[in-house]
Design a binder for this molecule. Structure first.
Ligand SMILES: NC(=O)C1=CN([C@@H]2O[C@H](COP(=O)(O)OP(=O)(O)OC[C@H]3O[C@@H](n4cnc5c(N)ncnc54)[C@H](OP(=O)(O)O)[C@@H]3O)[C@@H](O)[C@H]2O)C=CC1
Ligand SMILES: O=C1CO[C@H](CO)[C@@H](O)[C@@H]1O
Length: 282
């Protein structure tokens, strides 16, 4: 089992540096077994969302693991239909109930500009955020953050927020290094979680990575995830395959040289890119 290492957020709370992704891990046995495998492999940080439809199975796997609650870091997200104060309050309670937890370690606004709130996204995010801040005060959430936010979305939220966001979870891998938002977050001390760290599988099209992986006696997935860690990001690899789940956390026994990092940086734009959050149709 791989020991987790931790990052300290700007509010002083700790977060395991590798999270386990669960999008497209189907609710039921698939998601439950995947999370169980992840916990056995040493992951202590699980990323889900209301829209993934698998919070119940994630919760079952957590309970059945017998791992102490305080050792785990569980994230879920507010979906796009729920960006009002009342709906966000309800969504938080619903997620807690589905996950069968007393508190969440991290709750994120999933997207900044849902189609239902297009003309008033600033107010909608501020309203949802107020409900999230109250949940922090009530002990229902330990940390609050955002996902898919660009600088203009963060600036608007920062103006109304009492508790500032500690995390921005964005599409981040060698093919889209998102320099503008990464620099903005680094300047503000907002930690970047890297979603789709393997490009939802697209990263394996990049044959350049195979040579680097061979030179370290590691796999392409391990090299890309290690690149993410060395950039200061927190990768959230997803897999439902036990051998890959284990492989994706065995990242702490090798280091990429500056030369390797440069070769990987040069893969910008070669295998997919983030969606524009102001253009999504959901
Ligand atoms: N906030 C947001 O808007 C978003 C958040 N996310 C979060 O980030 C997580 C990860 O992103 P996601 O897009 O799911 O995809 P990833 O980039 O983690 O890639 C997952 C894909 O790669 C395959 N894979 C995983 N490990 C390996 C390996 N070692 N070797 C070969 N293939 C491998 C998986 O297959 P298999 O499962 O069959 O093994 C799956 O097809 C999500 O699950 C979710 O938690 C994702 C998208 C958006
Ligand atoms: O996290 C994510 C994956 O699933 C959602 C629904 O398709 C995406 O929109 C989202 O970004």
């Amino acid at each position: 089992m791989t020991e987790q290492t931790y990052y300290t957020l700007k509010n002083g709370n700790k977060i395991p540096v590798v999270g386990f992704g669960t999008w497209q891990a189907e609710n039921g046995e698939v998601a439950k077994q995947a999370v169980k495998s992840a916990l056995e492999a040493g992951y202590r940080h699980i990323d889900t969302a209301m829209i993934y439809g698998n919070e119940a199975s994630v919760g079952e796997a957590i309970k059945e693991s017998g791992i102490a609650r305080e050792e785990l870091f569980i994230t879920t997200k507010l979906w796009n239909k729920d960006h009002s104060y009342e709906k966000a309050k309800q969504a938080i309670n619903d997620s807690l109930e589905k996950l069968n937890l007393d508190y969440l370690d991290l709750y994120l606004i999933h997207w900044p500009n849902p189609v239902d709130y297009r003309e008033k996204w600033q107010q909608a995010n501020a309203d949802a955020w107020r409900a999230m801040e109250e949940a922090v005060e009530e002990g229902k959430i330990k940390n609050i953050g955002v996902s898919n936010f660009l600088p203009h979305h963060l600036k608007a939220l920062e103006e109304s927020a009492t508790i500032q966001p500690v995390i921005n979870q964005i599409y981040l891998n060698p093919s889209d290094q998102q320099k503008v938002i990464v620099d903005y977050c680094k300047n503000k001390g907002i930690v970047l979680e890297a979603y789709s760290p393997l490009g939802t599988g697209d990263i394996f099209k990049l044959k350049e990575l195979e040579e680097i992986a061979d030179s370290h006696n590691k796999t392409v997935a391990q090299v890309v995830l290690r690149w993410s860690l060395q950039k200061g990001f927190l990768p959230l690899p997803k897999s439902v395959t036990p051998s890959r789940i284990k492989e994706n956390i065995e990242l702490f026994d090798f280091e990429l040289s500056e030369f390797d990092m440069g070769l990987i940086d040069a893969l910008q734009g070669k295998a997919g890119q983030a969606r524009n959050p102001d253009d999504v149709t959901f």
